[in-house]
Design a protein around this ligand. Structure first.
Ligand SMILES: Nc1ncnc2c1ncn2[C@@H]1O[C@H](COP(=O)(O)OP(=O)(O)O)[C@@H](O)[C@H]1O
Ligand SMILES: [Mg+2]
Length: 320
């Protein structure tokens, strides 16, 4: 096990407006899961369900309200401790790539500096060899090495995302958190970036956390899928299990929105709105939109049931 996430909750404090009390956004509630070395774990769910909050918490960019995270059996994050902030070497090992490389790559800097200066900071290169190393990482992401003197604005979206990948890989991480990295790109560019990512995964033996709102995207690339809803973990299992035998009605709804060649398949359209995360649900958070709900679901919150390592937070998983 490379990462163990134990009952993590991450909240945002919403600033007080005139005449209102300060309040909380309960963005992530009581998430537990573990990630194995070399695995590709997909985190999926609608926009606002807490995927980025989870990724950013694992990377130490946010402090949790409660819970803890272990990296290779060492506790690295609790509400009081953030070893990722304090320990440069540890921080290097968990890299995040964001959806919009334009905002994560400094527009004033050249590609050489964007990829090179973190390597210098982490002593993975020196002034003599860093230009050569930057060119090596550009070649790994299949970019022309003459791009080193360009700035992000002179590149296309796909090229910028490849620079983002090169910058992360250049720090020789063990874990790569990819947060909607292809969402802003055309479909053809998307496929290219994903192929590239998996080539690099094999080459450097990476563990990948792949965050996306698009369930169809992860069918062929992830080993496991974690489905989130309103900040909660609803279902977690092997990718083929999730696709062939979903055990949560929310996952089933997400799957029915995935295009297939089967014309007889009736899509199940989710009615209503995603839950508001400014309140804590003491009952099933999917209740309001659930097609198979029963009285019990409004009275108490289901546990996360474990059926042969396929986890679901639904009392009626047998009826899904
Ligand atoms: N910086 C922030 N301050 C306050 N609320 C936030 C912040 N970032 C995200 N949120 C809220 O937290 C919840 C989860 O957001 P996020 O993790 O970005 O979801 P996702 O990545 O799945 O779209 C949403 O309700 C969102 O509005
Ligand atoms: Mg997000």
């Amino acid at each position: 096990m490379i990462i163990n996430i134990n009952k993590i909750s991450t909240y945002y404090k919403i600033k007080k407006q005139l005449f209102t009390k300060p309040s909380w956004n309960y963005a992530l509630r009581d998430i537990s899961l573990s990630i194995q070395e070399g695995e590709v774990l997909a985190i999926v769910g609608e926009s606002g369900c807490g995927k980025s909050t989870l990724g950013n918490t694992i990377a130490g960019l946010l402090s949790p309200y409660s819970g803890n995270i272990q990296f290779k059996n060492q506790t690295i994050l609790t509400p009081e401790i953030n070893h990722l902030k304090e320990n440069k070497e540890l921080r290097r090992k968990i890299q995040v790539i964001f959806q919009d490389p334009y905002s994560s790559l400094n527009p004033q800097h050249t590609i050489k500096r964007i990829i090179g200066s973190p390597m210098l900071i982490h002593k993975l290169a020196n002034y003599k060899d860093y230009k050569e190393k930057v060119q090596y990482y550009l070649s790994l992401v299949k970019l022309d090495k003459n791009l080193i003197y360009r700035k992000p604005s002179e590149l296309s979206g796909g090229q910028r995302q490849r620079v983002g990948i090169a910058k992360a890989i250049a720090l020789e991480p063990e874990i790569l958190i990819c947060d909607e990295i292809t969402s802003a790109l055309d479909v053809s560019v998307q496929a290219f970036i994903i192929d590239l990512l998996f080539e690099l995964k094999e080459k450097f033996k990476l563990t990948i956390l792949f965050i996306t709102h698009d369930l169809s995207l992860v069918r062929h690339i992830s080993t496991k899928i974690c489905v989130m809803y309103g900040g909660e973990l609803m279902e977690l299992g092997q990718t083929n299990e999730i696709f062939q035998n979903p055990k949560h009605p929310y996952t089933k709804a997400l799957l029915s929105a995935v295009p297939t060649l089967n014309r007889n398949k009736k899509p199940y359209i989710l009615k209503g709105e995603p839950p508001k995360t400014n309140e804590i649900y003491e009952y099933c958070i999917f209740y309001d939109r659930c097609p198979i709900r029963e009285n019990q679901c409004k009275l108490e919150k289901p546990d996360l049931y474990n059926i042969n390592n396929h986890f679901t937070k639904c009392f009626y998983y047998n009826k899904v």
